[in-house]
Design a protein around this ligand. Structure first.
Ligand SMILES: CC(C)(COP(=O)(O)OP(=O)(O)OC[C@H]1O[C@@H](n2cnc3c(N)ncnc32)[C@H](O)[C@@H]1OP(=O)(O)O)[C@@H](O)C(=O)NCCC(=O)NCCS
Length: 167
């Protein structure tokens, strides 16, 4: 996959691991910037629209069955872990419209995830989410707003449990 990403104009560092079943929904583009030693787990899906920005920092792990879906922009920092069955999607269907939802178009707001973030399994990181470095998102959470650095949040919607200790 490394050569494929580069052939389409994207950047990718050495040591990309791509497990079986990991899929790109669209060809990569020059908006891709993947660091070194990034891990794409089994059956994860990168659903990145042509022309959208996808940045994934070095040593970040996208675990099995994770979906990353970008209409415009998703930036994920270094040493991040996105645990299994989570999705990170920067767009919603337009729902305030007389048109059927499937045909009403998408509205996108960029997502950013800092460095050293752990997103617990089965979480939904939605349009507009900004998760700062060092944060932890508990299992099965829903995040569509800001999460402060070193915060541990959980739930739907995700709320602050506490701050990380010994930081
Ligand atoms: C958030 C997490 C890291 C634990 O943090 P913690 O500070 O040790 O939290 P605690 O276990 O002490 O729980 C504190 C409170 O938060 C609640 N809580 C913990 N995790 C929660 C979650 N995911 N969703 C909702 N509430 C949660 C607890 O029930 C507890 O509530 P209480 O005070 O009313 O009893 C952990 O619960 C979690 O969700 N881990 C994700 C595991 C995972 O997805 N692994 C994937 C493979 S790496």
């Amino acid at each position: 996959m490394t050569l494929w990403i580069r052939a389409w104009g994207g950047n990718v560092g050495a040591g990309l691991t791509v497990e079986r079943g990991a899929t790109l929904r669209h060809p990569p583009s020059s908006g891709w910037d993947i660091g070194t030693a990034v891990y794409l787990g089994r059956n994860c899906i990168l659903d990145i629209q042509p022309g959208a920005v996808l940045a994934i920092g070095s040593r970040t792990k996208i675990m099995h069955f994770v979906v990353i879906g970008a209409e415009t922009r998703i930036e994920i920092g270094e040493d991040v872990q996105i645990s299994e069955f989570s999705s990170v999607r920067d767009a919603n269907h337009v729902i305030d419209s007389p048109v059927v939802i499937a045909k009403s178009g998408m509205k996108s707001s960029a997502i950013s995830i800092g460095n050293d973030v752990w997103v617990g399994r089965g979480s939904a990181v939605l349009s507009g989410a900004k998760i700062e470095s060092g944060a932890v998102v508990g299992a099965n959470s829903v995040v569509n707003k800001g999460v402060d650095s070193d915060s541990i949040v959980a739930g739907a919607p995700a709320r602050l449990l506490r701050k990380r200790q010994n930081r």
